[in-house]
Design a protein around this ligand. Structure first.
Ligand SMILES: Nc1ncnc2c1ncn2[C@@H]1O[C@H](COP(=O)(O)OP(=O)(O)OP(=O)(O)O)[C@@H](O)[C@H]1O
Ligand SMILES: [Mg+2]
Length: 504
């Protein structure tokens, strides 16, 4: 890394109705450095990256690129100057090949010499080779997963001789192996003289490769750490500014009758086998297991998303039949999928997302319109959820896509609660959201338990399961292999049960 500054941003501001997304930010990027950018959900990281790379316009402030003031009117223009933004949810042009995706927006014919498809493919192959990966440039954009899509955009950046690549949460859609690969690739890009801005919620990841880290909070850059100052606790402290004494705000709640009981549940594939358990009013039942142990499949079988082969389900002591997810909802059993993004309609506002699932139960007038009475009722419901779950901003009409990750998660939970659920099955509810938002969601679980809900917490974060649950079930190979009361559970015991193949 040299000390040469290639990008300098000064006093950048960006306001949205009701929020200041970026507040007087001054920052720099040096040549061939990996700059980490961390902060809680909604801190303004994505907005800042997008401003730097021409995706959105700043309200005010100056950006110097190699010493000259620049004003990019589009991402393509920024890319032509050597700045590339790689978004979290990459959308390639599906019916174009990867090669065509790389060259998108460049002159193809008419200029002096037309570029043939064969030439494009050859250049694309060369670019992938330069990245040290084996990717077929003829594959269609729609046919590749997150990792390849990412590589395609990196290849595109190389083609444009980018000097700065801004990655917005690039590892959130990757598995551990792909993540490792990407981190190595970042180091490689750095050695090629390219600078990187790396936004991630996984601070350990950022610490692994970054030369410097900026911490953002409430739209501002509040702290800078150089590599020799890296310290995870200090970084987290800067991110949240309040002491998190309790990452796991579990509190004793009175536990009473069994709400849900499952007996000998098996799925049609034979993977989920003879699962039996119960969960009581006010109880948080943790379900732990390593990836592939069948936790999600078990939940899906329970709620009728996967076909059952056998099993009895009792709700407050009475047998019920669940053949499809709607049967589960009708009975007050709701499931928040691990990819809670699936539970939301991004283009709809917060209010409509929350009431979507209860729209049927609101009375319709003869014309098929919601009556003014119900509209008022709907409003009250939405308002109370926004308050109770501390959704920020408090605006019910804000499109969900404009909310930060943690707040989207809360809207997804609100949507479930609005159905009047008795049993909540939360699949990795704190996955992919920042530390502060994790604590908020955990607090919310305790509050819901106190209200008498029964909560099933599926998590692969062992400390979370241990600290938040009243009882813990461990799954392995599609079945329950151990059960622990809170007092008897330990990290060692639970992990052993999840991994070791002890004869039972
Ligand atoms: N297009 C928009 N319209 C209105 N508000 C927006 C828009 N984009 C972002 N915001 C708001 O600006 C603030 C900063 O959002 P931003 O997406 O930059 O945060 P972030 O740090 O990237 O969060 P996350 O970690 O959740 O991705 C948030 O309060 C967000 O709701
Ligand atoms: Mg973001």
């Amino acid at each position: 890394m040299s000390e040469k500054v290639i990008l300098l941003a000064e006093n950048i501001w960006k306001r949205y109705p009701g929020v200041i997304a970026v507040k007087n930010v001054t920052m720099k990027v040096k040549e061939a450095e990996i700059l980490g950018l961390v902060g809680e959900n909604g801190a303004g990281k994505s907005t800042l990256l997008k401003i730097l790379t021409g995706v959105i316009r700043r309200d005010s402030g100056k950006i110097y690129w190699f010493g000259k003031i620049v004003e990019f009117s589009s991402p393509l223009e920024a890319l032509k100057h050597g700045l590339m933004y790689i978004p979290q949810d990459i959308v390639l042009v599906g019916n174009l090949s990867l090669a065509e995706n790389i060259f998108l927006g460049t002159e193809k014919k008419w200029l002096f010499k037309p570029r043939s498809e064969a030439e494009e493919l050859a250049i694309a192959s060369e670019l992938f080779k330069e990245l040290g990966v084996n990717v077929n440039p003829m594959a269609k954009g729609s046919s590749v997963g997150a990792a390849i899509a990412q590589l395609t955009l990196i290849a595109r950046a190389l083609y444009f001789k980018a000097k700065l690549i801004a990655f917005d949460e690039p590892t959130s859609a990757l598995g551990p192996f792909e993540t490792e690969q990407l981190l190595n690739l970042m180091l490689k890009l750095r050695s090629m003289g390219i600078s990187i801005i790396f936004v991630s919620h996984k601070i350990e990841e950022v610490m692994k490769v970054a030369d410097r880290i900026y911490v953002m909070r409430d739209g501002e850059i509040v702290k800078e750490f150089t590599r020799d100052q890296f310290n995870i606790n200090e970084i987290i402290r800067a991110m949240i500014a309040r002491e998190v004494k309790e990452f796991f705000p579990k509190q004793p709640v009175e536990i009473s009758d069994k709400v849900l009981e499952v007996r000998n549940l098996s799925d049609y594939t034979g993977f989920i086998k003879n699962v039996s358990f119960y969960v009581r009013k006010g109880e948080i039942l943790g379900i732990y297991g390593i990836v592939g142990s069948g936790r999600t499949e078990m939940a899906q079988t329970l709620i009728g998303y996967r076909r059952k082969a056998s099993g009895e389900i009792l709700l407050e002591g009475k047998p019920i039949v669940i053949e499809k997810p709607f049967d589960a909802i009708k009975n007050g059993i709701v499931y928040l999928p691990e990819d809670w993004r699936l539970a939301l309609v991004y283009l709809m506002c917060v209010k409509d997302n929350i009431t979507l699932s209860i729209a049927n139960s609101l009375k319709l007038s003869e014309l098929g319109l919601v009556s003014p009475v119900d509209m008022r009722k709907e409003h009250e419901i939405v308002k109370s959820f926004i308050e109770k779950l501390r959704i920020v901003p408090k605006d019910p009409y804000r499109k969900t896509m404009y909310l930060s990750g943690g707040n989207r998660q809360k809207v997804a939970v609100a949507k479930l609660l609005a159905t009047g659920a008795k049993v909540l099955i939360l699949d990795e509810p704190t996955h992919g959201i920042d530390v502060g938002a994790k604590v908020e969601i955990r607090k919310l679980m305790v509050e819901l338990a106190r209200e008498g809900k029964a909560i099933i917490l599926i998590s692969s974060e062992l400390p979370e399961v241990l600290n938040m649950s009243d009882r813990i079930l461990v799954m392995r190979n599609g079945t329950i292999v151990a059960e622990f009361r809170k007092e008897e559970a330990s990290e060692q015991k639970v992990a052993e049960a999840a991994i070791l193949n002890k004869a039972k």
